[in-house]
Design a protein around this ligand. Structure first.
Ligand SMILES: [Mn+2]
Length: 351
């Protein structure tokens, strides 16, 4: 009963906020996803473009550095009428709508976009992040599993029909951000129902998952990361694994958890500094160890930006002094003690 009330209230707020936003948009709009846009960011961006078009508002879609490999694969399978680019072409921008992004650094090389546009909006589901504080309008719903879920809910509330291919993309965004419906949000099932009604092709997703084999560069990166790995055991049965790599840091962090690790920290060099992917296991969560907390701790210590979810998070540090190798050495010394304090505190509380 209480949950149903909350859901309706959030739905109503969302519709109102979207309506307000709609009236503030200019003629030259950009919909911007985060770098290496995942299925959720791509689904949300294209879904939003479709909704805006029903109001006669057209927009350019930009994914800095282009979409991720899985997202590109799905886009190639579907016939989507919206085109996207990997860079913002210089010129006047009336409004920018940033989707699925919590921190400006994830927009690199377009981190200045908010200052350069007349009206800036963020639509997102991440709890922590700096972006929501610097835009004109922030529609941030941590109760939702994904940004695709938020976009699908807007379409549903306003009865906006979606093209089957766009519905499929949004469907993919929700399935991927909920880890195959393991972590559903407040609107998840209603959103999926609406997408299904609009012709979302569930089989395309199954095919995509079946054929999801890591490519050669990802396989090599995995073994390189394993050869550089250091680990520590804390709180009796919690294993922390720390390593560094040049690419595929998120996939490797996930693999380390699949290999029965509890906290995986994978550091990568980027052209502006370092990026750290963090994943934690169910056992770690039960012991009070959360990925976003670790991300914020590292961010604070190295003047970076961090955020994400309980089980998966990311920190980005702009630096020319630290390499991924040096940072992973330093984290190897400082993190186990820090994380041990988290689970000791948790166990004391349970006693
Ligand atoms: Mn997302």
């Amino acid at each position: 009963m209480h949950e149903e009330y909350l859901r309706r209230k959030l739905e109503y707020q969302l519709t109102l906020e979207f309506d307000t936003l709609l009236h503030k948009l200019g003629k030259r709009n950009i919909i911007l996803g985060h770098a290496n846009a995942d299925l959720d960011a791509v689904g949300a961006a294209i879904g939003l473009a479709e909704i805006l078009e029903t109001y006669g508002v057209s927009s350019k879609i930009v994914f800095p550095e282009g979409p991720s490999r899985v997202a590109r694969e799905l886009l190639a399978k579907l016939d989507i009428k919206y085109s996207y680019s990997s860079k913002i072409t210089p010129g006047v921008i009336d409004s920018v709508i940033i989707v699925d992004t919590a921190n400006p650094v994830q927009l690199h090389p377009h981190t200045e976009i908010i200052d350069d546009s007349g009206y800036a909006v963020v639509i997102d589901h991440h709890k922590e992040g700096k972006l929501k504080d610097i835009v004109d309008t922030a529609i941030v719903l941590p109760e939702a599993s994904s940004t695709s879920e938020i976009i699908a809910t807007i379409a549903r509330n306003l009865s906006i029909p979606l093209n089957p291919n766009v519905a499929t993309l949004l469907y993919a965004g929700i399935i991927s951000d909920t880890a195959g419906l393991r972590n559903p949000g407040v609107f998840t099932f209603r959103a999926l129902d609406y997408l299904y009604e609009n012709g979302a092709n569930v089989n395309v997703l199954r095919e995509l998952q079946d054929t999801r084999q890591p490519d050669l560069s990802e396989r090599i990166a995995l073994f390189k990361a394993l050869s550089r790995l250091s680990y520590a055991r804390i709180c009796k049965d919690i294993i922390i694994a720390i390593t560094h790599i040049g690419s595929h840091e998120s996939q490797i962090a996930r693999k380390l958890i699949e290999l029965s690790g509890d906290v995986a920290v994978v550091v990568k060099d980027t052209d502006i500094g370092v990026r750290i992917a963090i994943r934690v296991s169910k056992r770690a969560l039960e012991n009070g160890i959360r990925a976003n907390e670790i991300a914020l701790y590292i961010a604070e210590k190295y003047s970076g930006e961090g955020g994400g979810h309980d089980a998966a998070a990311m920190t980005t540090i702009k630096t020319m002094e630290l390499t991924a190798e040096r940072l992973s050495e330093q984290l190897g010394r400082s993190l186990p003690g820090k994380i041990a304090r988290l689970c000791t505190a948790r166990r004391k509380k349970l006693e």
